[in-house]
Design a binder for this molecule. Structure first.
Ligand SMILES: *[C@@H]1O[C@H](CO)[C@@H](O)[C@H](O)[C@H]1NC(C)=O
Ligand SMILES: *[C@@H]1O[C@H](CO)[C@@H](O)[C@H](O)[C@H]1NC(C)=O
Ligand SMILES: *[C@@H]1O[C@H](CO)[C@@H](O)[C@H](O)[C@H]1NC(C)=O
Ligand SMILES: CC(=O)N[C@H]1CO[C@H](CO)[C@@H](O)[C@@H]1O
Ligand SMILES: [Zn+2]
Length: 546
């Protein structure tokens, strides 16, 4: 039995004669029993016809006269159930219903349909343009499932999303006004928000079918994996256009969109338009169409996955990210590309976004435990790697090049990733610089350097980064320094500094832009020949024991 009440009868009758499909009739009767939508629409249609009962006389007469008056009179004679009235409909009504419902329904219905060609399946529903008709069923579920299987995604749950042509909102509004008129006459209060949306009904029907095709996976409302079904209906694209004249503000041109008539804009315009103006521009009920919607390609998308680790860079001619000047590539590879290639292929992801805790210059090595990095993997088809597989992936990266090495490779959450960036400035970093001196180095110079603690530098933005960083004076602290004599004109300077200190500039002075500098400390010209990052003291991601 359909969960309909006596008061729904005029609405059902009105919608059926307007060319609405059985499921759309349920929607406008605000039926929220999902099982009702899952029945075969042909059966539902039969039940609806049986429900409105007087198919033989009422329906017939109405269609001939082409006017709701006579029919309305026929239906309104038995008043709606008074609250608390024992069981259901008045007996007279029931008697009238039974023969049609239980007798030879299909024959009866065919007769009614012959008189009323508009509600004969499979004519295209004026409200859903076929979406809740032949575009919604096991054939479609099989197609969707095949697409998902073909892409070999790994997922636990699935979210089914539906994108409908914007003009469907216009048609929905038109049907709603048609129904509302009927209800107002009957003084029934119904809210447009109670009408079940096409999208909702589509999901109620399809979710279970798709789940079954995919071997019982849970189809839920929140999932990392989304399968998008899109419908278009070029034949009625122009249905929205009159709204541009009633609400110009709603349709601002947008370079990125194919059309200004987006669903959002149309909904906004419909909220503003008065019923009278709408009815002046658009038929209610909507005009029939010859074709159903066209289903577009099924789109699958898995939410990003995040992978983190630490990298070493052993080369003085490898940039961290691709180095492109004036559209021309300067170095053949980069740290991120060397790491990303094996990671993308393991997770079968479509792209990535690389970030790290600071970065080193092309000619700077990163030694020690390495620099924390994290990668966002876009649309990963694989999402679960065992510890052993992660270890293998790390080995593949390590084996692929002797310029870099990766450790602590692991899957992390999006939230955890922000830990890498937070408080970055307060962290410390250790470096080793190879310093050249103009005059021979004396042992007092070494002792003097070793004694310096917590030296505050004023660093004007270095000349070499001025093109990408704002001009400012930043204070940075050099916590400790140790000098290791190499030969009379060279020594290794080991430093522990606040993150963000420009080491090269501290050594050579940057034309007086870093004060004090090694040159003023040693009272002679100094320059930096090599620089290594020895450690980045960020305790993320957690280290993984070998
Ligand atoms: C990469 O990350 C940045 C910053 O989080 C973000 O703005 C950008 O959209 C991302 N790129 C992609 C392709 O996701
Ligand atoms: C990495 O190289 C080592 C030594 O050549 C080899 O034994 C190992 O199988 C390689 N691992 C991977 C995952 O390629
Ligand atoms: C080093 O710093 C001093 C001030 O402390 C400045 O006068 C001098 O020009 C700087 N030297 C170089 C080479 O930039
Ligand atoms: C953990 C890991 O995979 N370590 C390897 C990284 O790469 C170097 C050189 O290729 C190997 O020696 C490590 O065992
Ligand atoms: Zn419909």
């Amino acid at each position: 039995m359909l969960p309909l009440k006596e008061k729904d009868k005029p609405v059902v009758r009105k919608l059926l004669s307007s060319g609405c499909c059985a499921r759309c009739v349920l929607r406008f009767c605000c039926v929220t029993v999902q099982a009702a939508y899952r029945k075969h629409p042909k059966d539902t249609l039969e039940e609806l016809r049986a429900f409105v009962g007087d198919a033989e006389n009422g329906e017939h007469r109405e269609s001939v006269e082409g006017n709701g008056e006579a029919r309305d009179a026929a239906v309104s004679e038995p008043p709606g159930d008074p609250p608390g009235d024992p069981p259901g409909d008045p007996p007279s009504k029931r008697a009238k219903l039974e023969p049609v419902g239980t007798g030879a329904p299909s024959e009866e219905d065919n007769k009614a349909a012959a008189v009323e060609p508009k509600d004969e399946e499979p004519s295209v529903c004026v409200a859903c343009l076929g979406i809740l008709q032949e575009l919604c069923g096991s054939t479609q579920a099989v197609k969707i499932a095949e697409r998902v299987k073909a892409e070999k995604y790994e997922f636990d749950t699935l979210l089914l999303s539906v994108s409908l042509p914007a003009q469907l909102c216009v048609r929905e509004h038109s049907c709603w006004l048609h129904v509302k008129k009927e209800m107002r006459e009957k003084s029934m209060a119904v809210d447009k928000d109670d009408v079940v949306q096409v999208k909702e009904a589509f999901k109620w029907i399809m979710q279970g079918l798709v789940a079954k095709e995919l071997g019982g996976v849970a189809v839920v409302i929140r999932s990392l994996f989304e399968v998008g079904v899109e419908f278009t209906h070029p034949e009625t694209d122009a249905d929205c256009h009159f709204l541009a004249s009633t609400c110009a503000d709603c349709f601002r041109s947008n370079k990125n969109k194919r059309s200004v008539f987006t669903r959002m804009a149309v909904v906004k315009a419909l909220e503003k338009i008065s019923d009278a103006v709408f009815l002046k521009h658009y038929a209610s009920p909507p005009a029939p169409t010859t074709s159903s919607c066209s289903p577009q390609n099924v789109q699958c998308l898995h939410m990003s996955l995040f992978v983190a680790g630490r990298y070493n860079k052993f080369s003085r001619s490898l940039p961290q990210t691709p180095w492109v000047i004036d559209g021309e590539r300067r170095m053949e590879s980069s740290v991120e590309e060397l790491i990303a290639a094996p990671v993308l292929s393991s997770f079968r992801a479509d792209g990535f976004n690389f970030s790290s805790s600071g970065r080193e210059d092309v000619d700077v090595r990163t030694l020690g435990n390495g620099r924390p990095f994290a990668m966002e993997l876009l649309d990963p088809h694989r999402t679960k790697l065992s510890q052993v597989e992660m270890k293998q992936l790390q080995e593949t990266i390590n084996n692929s090049s002797d310029k870099i090495r990766v450790r602590d490779l692991q899957i992390v959450s999006r939230e955890a990733m922000s830990r890498m960036k937070e408080g970055e400035e307060d962290k410390t970093k250790s470096y080793t610089a190879l310093v050249w001196t103009q005059k021979p180095i004396r042992s007092e110079d070494i002792a003097f350097i070793d004694d310096i603690k917590d030296l505050t530098l004023d660093q004007k933005t270095p000349l070499r980064v001025l093109h990408r960083r704002a001009l400012a004076v930043r204070q940075r602290v050099v916590h400790r320094m140790t000098a290791r004599f190499l030969d009379p004109h060279h020594f290794y300077l080991e430093l522990k500094t606040q993150a963000g200190t420009y080491i090269k500039e501290f050594v050579h002075g940057d034309f007086g832009r870093t004060k004090p500098n090694m040159s003023v400390l040693l009272k002679m010209d100094t320059d930096i020949l090599e620089l290594d990052v020895e450690s980045v003291d960020v305790d993320w991601p957690p280290s993984i024991p070998e």
